[in-house]
Design a protein around this ligand. Structure first.
Ligand code: FAD
Length: 542
């Protein structure tokens, strides 16, 4: 080998660490009643940081799913073939209950513990968390039909990944998907044209197209279709109780920017059998319960992506030298890393606060339900919106190596915009926050009640809250201003949580930059005097 190929100054791979060693996550879990799950979380975090798990993540992306419409004899089969690594990832997620534990083993903090696991395990490979999230989220919607829930809930929540298309009741565990979006409208689902015609036996026959239905090998889908009484929600199994395939035909798999391990299909319903869930005409009301939980997972996914990006960037900067010094000692690099770390900590802190609100709301806490209604829309908009910019900057910290597939950073970067697109794209999330405020004024009170906990603790935060009150008092051009308003709301909520619970250095830099405007447009523009070392102490590079 020529001497020019001696490898120096390259960074060792980041393996063998515990992805749960994340102070913002752990402290949040303890605050939100889920401290009891910490040892399980470290076990999962250690698996997530292992070489084996990282290899599963790589393989699942290197070998994306393949659609098999027909068997070799020409019979339609409509199946999707996955790399074995996909199944390994699913197996871990299901056996650790990320798809369902809180519905099965309920105790205070159960949804927070599950959220923390989602955050940790999702960092290995986010694509497979889509069906995991949908299965978790399907349960509250399914409960609108107690009979169906009695049959399928025990299987949807079983900690067994039992892959393959068979009669659902003969399987040991089930996975659920969600089928709403059509060609003419995804945000505007009321434009759905899929029809559901009542049959004599109490079922409905569903005909129409669905333009995006992810995880098409799921055992069943919650589907929106127009029944005589209006847009309604149905449970549609892939295999019928008599063992025949339901009339669901996979037309194509999407060729996606990211999320490539996961299959997303164009799905044709041709008289597919469905069971009504909830009342006719109440389809959006029913499925929104599912969407609220998947929205929380979008926030968790974005926060997890940011944490992962900071971890990789800081690890790289710790080991890489340029111009004679480790990058981590270069003042401008510390500014970039600290700025990324603040963004990630703010995202994680608010995500876990919302997981706590979800947990308490499900347990009947009306005040937390009201708070969650608005705070989730606000946070879905902002945290998911920050993901792509954050991933791009974290990637750049690795220089050219960050642009190379093997580093894993391109995967992180390509995944990031998706969190903001699905389950309510940016504008739709921002408008949803306005809708919540208009229809449920008590949600505004609950939001400000949360902010009151930090009143007087930091004048920059107090000033920003006062600005927000002024913005909300002006209803002119309100729709046009939705992003501006929701952005301030998200920032004051994050600021309030950081001032109360975060380390002083993080809270101080957050308030200076995000709330008082002592900041640039790009990351790495924190003001002089910022305690970057204290901020970076929160990033546990092994
Ligand atoms: C990888 C992937 C997987 C998916 N999986 C699923 C799935 O499993 N099941 C499913 O049902 N769907 C799925 N979707 C669809 C996804 O939920 C929709 O793409 C999303 O809801 C947006 O709908 P749309 O694509 O029709 O865009 P549109 O609704 O046409 O929106 C286009 C843009 O207009 C904005 N907009 C919309 N209304 C307004 C308004 N009133 N004012 C201002 N701006 C507005 C939106 O924010 C967006 O930026 C998936 C999408 C992707 C990319």
């Amino acid at each position: 080998m020529p001497a020019t190929h001696e490898v120096t100054n390259q960074v060792p791979p980041l393996v063998g660490h515990d992805l749960a060693a994340d102070p913002a996550l752990l402290e949040g879990m303890h605050r939100e009643d889920a401290g009891w799950a910490e040892s399980e979380l470290h076990e999962l975090g250690t698996l997530a940081g292992s070489e084996q798990a990282q290899e599963w993540g790589r393989l699942a992306h290197a070998h994306p799913p393949v659609l098999r419409t027909h068997d070799r004899f020409g019979n339609r089969i409509d199946e999707v073939e996955f790399d074995p690594a996909w199944h390994q990832l699913m197996e871990v997620a299901v056996s650790h209950g990320i798809h369902a534990t809180p519905w099965r083993a309920d105790r205070p903090g159960a949804h927070v513990a599950r959220a923390a696991k989602m955050y940790v395990w999702g960092q290995v490979e986010p694509g497979h968390t889509c069906p995991i999230s949908m299965t978790y989220a399907a349960i509250p919607a399914l409960r609108h039909n107690p009979e169906l829930a009695a049959t399928f809930e025990p299987l949807l929540t079983a900690p067994v990944y039992d892959y393959g298309l068979r009669v659902p009741t003969t399987k040991r565990g089930l996975i659920a998907g969600m089928s709403m979006t059509e060609k003419q409208g995804g945000s505007d689902v009321r434009a759905n044209t899929t029809r559901a015609v009542p049959a004599d036996d109490g079922t409905y026959l569903i005909t129409g197209h669905k333009w995006f239905t992810s995880a098409p090998m799921s055992d069943m889908f919650l589907t929106l279709a127009k029944a005589p009484g209006g847009l309604s929600c149905f449970l549609v199994p892939r295999v019928l109780p008599d063992g025949t395939r339901n009339r669901l035909f996979l037309q194509r798999l999407k060729d996606k920017l990211g999320n490539r391990s996961n299959a997303s299909a164009e799905l044709e319903y041709e008289g597919a059998v469905g069971w009504l869930v909830g009342d006719e005409g109440r389809g959006v009301r029913t499925i929104i319960e599912m969407v609220n939980l998947t929205r929380l997972d979008c926030v968790l996914g974005s926060a997890a992506g940011m944490h992962h990006g900071v971890l990789q960037a800081t690890h790289h900067a710790t080991h890489r030298r340029a111009f004679g010094t480790p990058l981590i000692e270069a003042p401008l690099m510390t500014n970039v890393l600290a700025d990324l770390a603040i963004e990630a900590e703010a995202a994680t802190t608010v995500a876990i606060r919302l997981a706590g609100a979800t947990d308490r709301a499900i347990r009947g806490d009306a005040a937390e339900e009201t708070f969650r209604r608005l705070a989730l829309a606000v946070t879905k908009y902002w945290v998911c919106k920050r993901g792509p910019a954050h991933a791009a900057e974290a990637l750049e910290c690795l220089g050219g190596n960050g642009y190379i597939e093997e580093s894993g950073m391109p995967r992180l970067y390509r995944e990031a915009p998706l969190m903001s697109i699905w389950e309510g794209s940016g504008n739709v999330a921002a408008l949803d926050a306005l809708r919540a405020m208009a229809r449920q004024p008590e949600s505004v009170e609950a939001f400000f009640a949360e902010l009151d906990h930090s009143a007087g603790a930091d004048h920059r935060l107090d000033d920003a809250v006062a600005r927000l009150r002024k913005e909300l008092g002006d209803l002119s051009a309100i729709e046009l201003r939705a992003r501006r308003i929701v952005e301030i709301m998200a920032l004051v909520l994050q600021g309030s949580l950081l001032v109360r619970y975060g380390p002083a250095a993080v809270a101080d830099a957050f308030c200076a930059s995000r709330l008082a405007g002592d900041w640039g447009v790009a990351f790495g523009t924190l003001p002089p005097g910022t305690d970057t070392s204290a901020i970076l102490e929160r990033v546990h590079v092994p």
